[in-house]
Design a protein. Structure first.
Ligand code: NAP
Ligand code: ZN
Ligand code: ZN
Length: 350
C-alpha cells in the first residue's frame, strides 16, 4: 500500500510535519483500512516529545483509529470490504505467551507491537500510527465498530475508553461503590461516563473549576476542586476507588487519604517523573496502589459493544490534521473538551 500520507514528528523537539511512507501489502491474514478518524491521546504527546525515553523517529503517532475496510487477505474471516473497523494501541503480539493466551495481549511477555513508536513482531520494522490515511493490520488485532454510534466519538474509545473500562471491570466497580476520578481530560471523562453507567457514585476531582458543570453532565454526582483544601477534606476516607488519570507530576498522598480502608488507587496516568508514595498512606488502612494499561483485544471488543448498546461515545472536538500542533499545546494546558479527534479527510485531501 504505497503513498500513505501522514503527519510525523521528525524529532522530540520539532513540530509534526507532513510525511509519507509505504504500508506493507495486505497479506493473507491482513485487513487494509482507510482511516477516517484518529483521536489525539496525551500518550501521543509524551512519546512524540520523548518524555518516556526510547522514542523512535520519525514518529507517526495515533492509536485511536476508526476507519473502513478497503481490502482483505484471502484467509480473513471476520471482515469484508466496506465494514467499519477500529485499531487501538497495539497491532500484534507474540500470541504464545501466557498473557497473550489469556487475552491480555497488552501485557505480552515478549513485547506487543504498539501501533506506533514500536516494531512489528520481527522486532525491526517500525510501526506507524493513525495520523495517516491507511493502515494494514492482522485481522486478529482489528476491532468491529458498530454503525450505531457517531464515528468521531468512537475513535477515543480505542484508547481512552478501554483504558478506563478495563480496570473498572477488573476491580468490579458497580452499584454501592464510590469512585473518585482524578483529572478531567480524555481518560477522565470516559472514566466518569463508564463508572456512572456501571452504577457507581462518581466524584470528579479536578484542578479546573470551569469543568464542574461538564463533570456533572458527564455523570459525576459531586465535584471536588483539588486546589481547595476544604473541598478535598470533604472526601476524606470517602472512596472505594480512585482512578488517577493525571498526565504530569502531581501529589498522590492527598488523594490516597481520600480512600477508605481497603480502598484501591488505580493509576492509569503515566507521568514521566516518579510519584512520591508515603508508606503511611497505604499501610495503616490496607490500601492498594495498582496500575492498569489499556485492555486486551477481547475486552476492547466487549467495551465497544457495551458502548454501542448504551450509546456511550467520547465528547470530542474535531480538528484538521493541519491543526495538530496547536491541539497538542491545548491538550497540555487541559484546554480540550474532552478529546481532539483528527478528521483524516483533511489529510487525504491535502
Ligand atoms: P489529558 O486529556 O491531557 O488529561 C489529563 C488531565 O489531567 C487534564 O485534563 C487535567 O485535568 C489533569 N492534569 C494535567 N496536568 C496536571 C497537573 N500538572 N496537575 C494536576 N492535574 C493535571 O490526558 P489523557 O489523554 O487523558 O491521558 C492522561 C494520562 O494517561 C497520560 O499520562 C497518558 O499518557 C496516560 N495514558 C495511559 C494509558 C494506560 O494504558 N494506562 C492509556 C492512555 C493514556 P483537570 O483539569 O481536571 O485537573
Ligand atoms: Zn492513548
Ligand atoms: Zn505474548
Amino acid at each position: 500500500m504505497n503513498n500513505t500520507k501522514a503527519y510525523a514528528a521528525p524529532s522530540p523537539t520539532e513540530r509534526l510535519v507532513p510525511f509519507s511512507f509505504s504500508r506493507r501489502d495486505v497479506g493473507p491474514h491482513d485487513v487494509g483500512i482507510e482511516i477516517l478518524y484518529c483521536g489525539v491521546c496525551h500518550s501521543d504527546i509524551h512519546q512524540a516529545r520523548d518524555e518516556w525515553g526510547g522514542s523512535i523517529f520519525p514518529m507517526v503517532p495515533g492509536h485511536e483509529i476508526v476507519g473502513r475496510v478497503t481490502q482483505t487477505g484471502g484467509q480473513v474471516k471476520k471482515f469484508k470490504s466496506g465494514d467499519l473497523a477500529g485499531v487501538g494501541c497495539f497491532v500484534d503480539s507474540c500470541r504464545v505467551c501466557d498473557e497473550c493466551r489469556a487475552g491480555l495481549e497488552q501485557y505480552c511477555a515478549n513485547g506487543m507491537s504498539a501501533t506506533y513508536n514500536s516494531y512489528e513482531q520481527d522486532k525491526k520494522t517500525p510501526t506507524y500510527g493513525g495520523y495517516s490515511t491507511q493502515v494494514v493490520v492482522d485481522e486478529n488485532y482489528v476491532l468491529k465498530v458498530s454503525p450505531k454510534l457517531s464515528l468521531p466519538g468512537v475513535a477515543p474509545l480505542l484508547c481512552a475508553g478501554i483504558t478506563t473500562y478495563s480496570p473498572l471491570r477488573h476491580w468490579g466497580v458497580g452499584p454501592g461503590h464510590r469512585v473518585g476520578v482524578l483529572g478531567l481530560g480524555g481518560l477522565g471523562h470516559m472514566a466518569v461516563k463508564l463508572a456512572a453507567s456501571f452504577g457507581a457514585e462518581v466524584t470528579m476531582l479536578s484542578s479546573s473549576p470551569a469543568k464542574e458543570a461538564d463533570a456533572k453532565r458527564l455523570g459525576a454526582q459531586r465535584f471536588v476542586l483539588t486546589s481547595d483544601p476544604e473541598s478535598v477534606k470533604s472526601v476524606s476516607r470517602y472512596f472505594d476507588f480512585i482512578v488517577d488519570t493525571v498526565s504530569a507530576r502531581h501529589d498522590v498522598e492527598t488523594f490516597l487519604e481520600t480512600l477508605k480502608t481497603d480502598g484501591v488507587y488505580i493509576l492509569v496516568g503515566l507521568p514521566s517523573d516518579p510519584l512520591a508514595v508515603p508508606a503511611f498512606s497505604l499501610v495503616p488502612k490496607r490500601r492498594s496502589l495498582v496500575g492498569s494499561m489499556i485492555g486486551g483485544i477481547a475486552e476492547t471488543q466487549e467495551m465497544l459493544d457495551y458502548c454501542a448498546e448504551h450509546q456511550i461515545v467520547s465528547d470530542i472536538e474535531l480538528i484538521k490534521i493541519q491543526e495538530i500542533n496547536e491541539a497538542y499545546e491545548r491538550t497540555i494546558k487541559g484546554d480540550v473538551k474532552y478529546r481532539f479527534v483528527i478528521d483524516i479527510a483533511s489529510l487525504r485531501d491535502s
